[in-house]
Design a protein around this ligand. Structure first.
Ligand code: GLU
Length: 282
């Protein structure tokens, strides 16, 4: 008998869902359903500047249109900020985070900023400030080298890529709480996956690098590590991966054009991209 599994679809309500989201949602849903497990919907609405309430309703509408039903109540990260604050405080008490006063422009200007796979790595300007003035606006960053020294080497089990050694140093001292929000994607997602009992994280390969950080946070916070399934990405006609910010055709627009949701869901279930799109090679 196959063990029960819990998966989740965790969109950010900063725009309408597109075909790439449909793929994540269908794959996460089917993974759980084929094992008699649980499929959760979590709204990652921690970005106060970009979250729009109408997109929350749109997400639910789009999932229903695709024929996907989630279990239990929809969880909203904006209602769980105290959980993330508590996790941050635990790390702070161990000296594993530090306040950072830098602006994006400061970091971009810094000649010493080394380049990582996702852009400039934070050069550590605020690490070890003797007397930080916490009345000034600040973010909190993870002291990644110090954290790794505490945990020692870490791995995770990746369905496609096998056993992966966690290399959070590739992303440097990531932000765990933003200047404008009391958490960040990395901290909230790690806390929630554990709190919601997620056993299998099914998401796109665009988030593969983030898993390096999530694995470290799990070790630091004493949380279990789910199995990871990073699926290939949907590539648009222009050869670019679909993203809200590129104005990718939304599921709402496809619906308005009369597209049958079966023509989206069935190819995804067959391991292909729908509607003439294609999947990334890796
Ligand atoms: N909220 C993230 C996004 O919309 C996905 C989070 C995840 O699956 O870990 O890109």
């Amino acid at each position: 008998m196959t063990a029960l599994s819990t998966t989740r679809f965790a969109p950010s309500p900063t725009g309408r869902l597109h075909l790439g989201h449909a793929m994540s949602a269908v794959l996460a849903h089917d993974f759980a359903r084929s094992r008699g497990g649980t499929f959760l919907l979590r709204i990652e609405d921690i970005d106060p500047g970009r979250t729009r309430e109408e997109h929350v309703a749109g997400i639910e509408e789009d999932l229903r249109w695709l024929g996907l039903k989630w279990d239990g109540p929809v969880v909203r990260q904006s209602r769980r900020l105290s959980l993330y604050a508590e996790a941050l405080e635990r790390l702070n008490a161990r000296g594993l985070v530090y306040p950072c006063f830098c602006t994006r422009a400061d970091i971009a200007r810094s000649a010493s900023a080394p380049h990582g796979p996702e852009g400039p790595i934070y050069p550590g300007t605020c690490r070890g400030l003797p007397d930080p003035d916490l009345s000034r606006s600040h973010a909190w960053r993870l002291d990644t080298a110090r954290a790794l020294a505490e945990t020692g080497p870490l791995t995770w089990d990746d369905a496609d890529a096998g056993e992966i050694e966690a290399r959070p140093d590739l992303l440097g001292d990531v932000v765990l709480a933003r200047k404008d929000a009391p958490t960040s994607y990395h901290l909230a997602v790690t806390v929630d996956d554990a709190d919601q009992g997620v056993t299998d994280v099914v998401r796109g390969r665009d988030l593969f690098l983030s898993t390096h950080v999530h694995r470290l946070l799990q070790a630091l916070l004493g949380l279990p590590t789910p199995a990871y399934h990073h699926h290939r990405l949907m590539i648009g006609p222009d050869g670019e991966r679909l993203a809200k910010r590129h104005g990718a055709l939304s599921l709402a627009e496809l619906r308005a054009q009369g597209v049958d949701p079966k023509d989206i869901v069935e190819p995804i279930r067959a391991g292909c991209a729908p509607l003439g799109f294609r999947l990334s090679d890796n």
